[in-house]
Design a protein around this ligand. Structure first.
Ligand SMILES: [Zn+2]
Length: 460
């Protein structure tokens, strides 16, 4: 068994874990100052399927994630106003309420798309001691220096830096950014902040050997990885937008502090465009899960949509594409629902298809390939229905598309009668009346999925 994964910095290579049968994996978490968008969710759906896929082939998963609740400034790098502080002023509630509100929303959104939370999650503000400890090590080893505004990492002491950063798409030159206040006493323009002391009015501040202040954004991930998983890890995930700034700074910090390889595989998911353009507030196209629900689309369809493309490529999100995904997913649910009485867990899983499924995992987590194997199982006329059912249920340990929910549904007769009545109304093109029944079914706790020739009902 050879597992090939792509490391963004060195290319495709064989995956050999640091510790036998175990995967240490870290995911860059969100800054909790706004609602998680469907674009944000791609990152976590990817890390979830990656972990479930590796667990499926026998690895034990040791995972961690940060929640940025301090120090992530508007300039996306080291400068500008604190995003949380700005939002707290805008919404006129305390910073801790902002953090709770958007962290809870983030967790709920992950749950809605079947993303299992990492076993270790730290807020940046809970790990200030470790961050200070790390900065101290960097000082002792000569990688850090102070200015009037704080503590900086000296990139000239880490020659690998320019090689890592000299990649297309780099936007490291913060001098060129609008509205950004730059500390001109820094030794090199790309030196980044480890500790900030120049914002006396900042609400979240701590004492440190360099004065009262708060950490730079990048140091928290290095510190949380060290605290939760150790000096070296197997895989680090995140959105591709983090690669040339945040990740390179993490590498500089951790490699300099510990002199280890730090991360063996950097795996980034591609961006999500909406209707062909970048999601932006000004374009009013930053969608969240509720926007799907409002259009009658099940939230889990988003997970299928993302699995349907390779994690590394950009995705262009449109509602039309989601409607067709929902139709495909509905066919699988219908297949399960119609045949649920035939399910027998004692029937063995089809070995040939399981092998094909594993091959796709080993091929750099090829999720479109996983879905193709799934569909081949459903369509294969040589397989018994029993064999199909146990096999696809087994695959759902990785895919997490809620297949199991379609087994134990006992829909009461009165609900089925309403569904039949609605189906007839739809055939007669009496849309308004059929919508009234749909709404009453939703109120009673059911979801209705309309397929081409029939409707499927699911208890929420
Ligand atoms: Zn991070």
């Amino acid at each position: 068994m050879t597992i090939k994964l792509n490391d963004s910095f060195s290319g495709m290579k064989e995956f050999i874990p640091i510790e036998k049968n175990k995967v240490k994996i870290y995911s860059c978490g969100p800054t909790v100052y706004s609602y998680a968008s469907i674009g944000n969710l791609r990152t976590y759906i990817f890390s979830d399927v990656l972990k479930k896929a590796l667990a499926y082939i026998g690895f034990q998963i040791d995972d961690a994630m940060n929640i940025t609740d301090v120090g992530h400034l508007v300039g996306d790098g080291d400068e500008g106003e604190d995003k949380l502080q700005k939002k707290s002023t805008q919404e006129n509630i305390s910073i801790s309420d902002i953090i709770d509100k958007y962290t809870n929303y983030f967790y709920k959104s992950l749950d809605d798309v079947n993303v299992k939370l990492p076993s270790k999650i730290y807020k940046a503000s809970e790990t200030i001691d470790t961050q200070i400890e790390l900065i101290k090590i960097l000082f002792e080893k000569g990688f850090a220096y102070t200015t009037s505004s704080g503590v900086y990492f000296d990139i000239s002491k880490f020659p690998e830096y320019s090689k890592l950063i000299n990649q297309k798409g780099s936007d490291q030159n913060e001098h060129s950014r609008k509205g950004v206040v730059v500390d001109r006493t820094k030794k090199n323009p790309q030196d980044f902040r480890l500790w900030q002391t120049s914002y006396p009015n900042h609400i979240m501040q701590w004492d440190s050997p360099w004065g009262r202040g708060f950490p730079g954004w990048h140091i928290e991930c290095s510190a949380i990885i060290y605290k939760s998983l150790g000096q070296s890890i197997d895989i680090h995930t995140g959105g591709i937008d983090l690669r040339n700034t945040h990740s390179v700074n993490e590498i500089a910090q951790s490699k300099s502090a510990f002199n280890t390889n730090f991360v063996n595989f950097w795996m980034y998911n591609g961006i999500v465009l909406a209707d062909g353009v970048k999601m932006a507030k000004s374009l009013n196209n930053i969608y969240k899960l509720e926007d799907l629900e409002e259009r009658g689309i099940k939230k889990i369809s988003l997970r299928y949509l993302y699995l349907n493309s390779h994690y590394s490529v950009p995705i262009n999100f449109t509602f039309d594409s989601l409607y067709s995904i929902e139709n495909a997913l509905g066919k699988i649910y219908n297949f399960i629902s119609m045949n649920k009485n035939l399910y027998d867990e004692n029937i063995p899983i089809n070995k040939d298809y399981k092998k094909k499924f594993i091959n796709q995992i080993e091929n750099n987590i090829n999720t479109p390939g996983l879905l193709e194997v799934l569909w081949n199982v459903i369509r294969d006329e040589n397989l018994s229905i029993q064999e199909k059912l146990v096999t696809i249920i087994d695959f759902d340990r990785v895919l997490s598309l809620d297949f199991i929910n379609y087994f134990n549904i006992d829909i009461p007769n009165d609900i089925m009668e309403l569904l039949d009545k609605r189906s007839q109304l739809r055939k007669d093109k009496k849309w308004n009346e059929s919508d009234i029944i749909r709404n009453s079914l939703v109120e009673k706790g059911y979801t209705v999925i309309d397929l081409k020739d029939s409707s499927l009902i699911i208890k929420k």
